[in-house]
Design a protein around this ligand. Structure first.
Ligand code: GN1
Ligand code: MG
Length: 369
């Protein structure tokens, strides 16, 4: 990180309610949308760390409403955890650090939107689950998260990205991108486009189930990637769920689907050796066990009956989002190499194939729970 960037972060820090002297800063490489930095302050002989994050306001168009959600959600979780009698609250729920004007954000002189959290100590995240135990912890963590928010009214939360998991709209956007082919990549991606179009019959399944009233809208996380669960360094226990920018009304199935996408294959999101990409039953079983265990108080039989389908559907939906961005010239997801979004898409589609092949086995397991 350059001296200039460090100075910039110091300036940002002065706008938040942070005590002590600035010591150190570095960039945290996580996420495809926002930019994240960890900073250390020395306050009366004690080191305290914080996260500064710039919010990408071309993706999140109403950042103030978004921060309203984040505050509401974190305070609600804290209250519920106190009722449950658990300790170490600052490791189990994010704490928003207000600005010196008492707002949950600061807008800098260049118009960038900053927010600050207390750093969650002695935890780490993984890009993909490595063991069944971790998959279990992911299921438990996001299920518990939904359960803690189950008494919050979804009406009270702002919709931070409209139609975020609306697979039909995502599909239509892909169709448009293919038709326009603005950056001449449709030929390179022909096999992926063809696979995507073949999945048309699956596209409306959850939308229809919701429209028929089979699955209700609840408060959900909507970005349940495994790297959004912080695991205790020593015990491996899930401590805290992060990335609350898309907490809003949704279907719990979308959350479960994204957990399947990111915890059931021990490969990275952009794995290029597709032979390695496969849904691993021991990982899926523990993920599902953790999730069903922690959602017993509210999950309906009907929701449960769609869990496997949701795994395929959300993996597919994220896959077509990568593909669309590839065809539109990589303006949404940050890329780090040539064809990065195409690689990401291929990985997702390979996992979709594997889930479809193992569907019966997965269904039988869910029924056994
Ligand atoms: C984005 O930036 P990150 O990693 O938290 C995206 C998710 C995708 C994910 C794919 C707001 O999340 O929807 O599933 O990339 N977030 C947004 O890795 O679009
Ligand atoms: Mg996110």
């Amino acid at each position: 990180m350059s001296t200039e960037e460090r100075t910039q972060l110091q300036t940002v820090g002065r706008h938040f309610l942070i005590e002590g002297d600035f010591q150190e800063a570095h960039r945290v490489k996580i996420g495809h949308i926002n930019e994240t930095f960890a900073v250390t302050y020395l306050d009366r002989g004690r080191q305290v760390r914080y996260i500064h994050q710039t919010l990408n306001t071309s993706v999140f168009k109403e950042p103030i409403a978004l921060m309203g959600n984040v505050l509401q959600v974190t305070e609600h979780i804290r209250k519920r955890l106190v009722q449950e009698g658990v300790g170490e609250l600052d490791r189990r729920a994010l704490r928003v650090i207000p600005s010196r004007e008492g707002r949950p954000f600061h807008i800098d002189s260049e118009g960038r939107f900053w927010r600050t959290f207390l750093f969650v100590e002695r935890v780490r995240t993984y890009e993909a689950a490595e063991t069944p135990k971790q998959a279990y912890q992911a299921g438990l963590a996001f299920g518990h998260f939904q359960s803690l928010l189950s008494d919050l009214s979804s009406q009270d939360l702002a919709v931070t990205i409209p139609d975020f998991h609306h697979t039909r709209k995502r599909f239509q956007r892909l169709q448009t991108a293919v038709a326009k082919d603005d950056v001449n990549r449709a030929m390179i991606a022909a096999p992926e486009i063809s696979f995507a179009f073949d999945q048309d019959p699956m596209v409306d399944t959850l939308l229809n189930a919701h429209a028929r009233g089979e699955v209700p809208e609840r408060v959900t996380h909507n970005d349940t990637k495994f790297n959004n669960v912080m695991l205790d360094l020593q015990t491996g226990e899930a401590m805290c769920v992060v990335d609350l920018d898309t907490v809003m009304p949704g279907l719990v199935l979308y959350d479960f689907g994204d957990m399947v996408r990111t915890t059931t294959s021990r490969t990275a999101e952009d794995e290029t050796y597709l032979d390695r990409v496969e849904l691993e039953m021991p990982l899926f079983e523990q993920l599902a066990r953790g999730y069903v265990e922690s959602t017993r108080s509210f999950l309906t039989p009907s929701e449960k009956s769609y869990l496997v389908l949701a795994g395929a559907l959300i993996t597919f939906t994220i896959g077509i989002r990568f593909l669309t961005d590839y065809l539109e010239g990589d303006h949404y997801f940050r890329v780090h190499r040539q064809d990065h979004n195409l690689d990401r898409c291929r990985k997702q589609f390979q996992l979709v194939r594997s889930i479809q092949a193992k569907r019966d086995q997965m269904e039988r397991f869910i029924q056994s729970l």
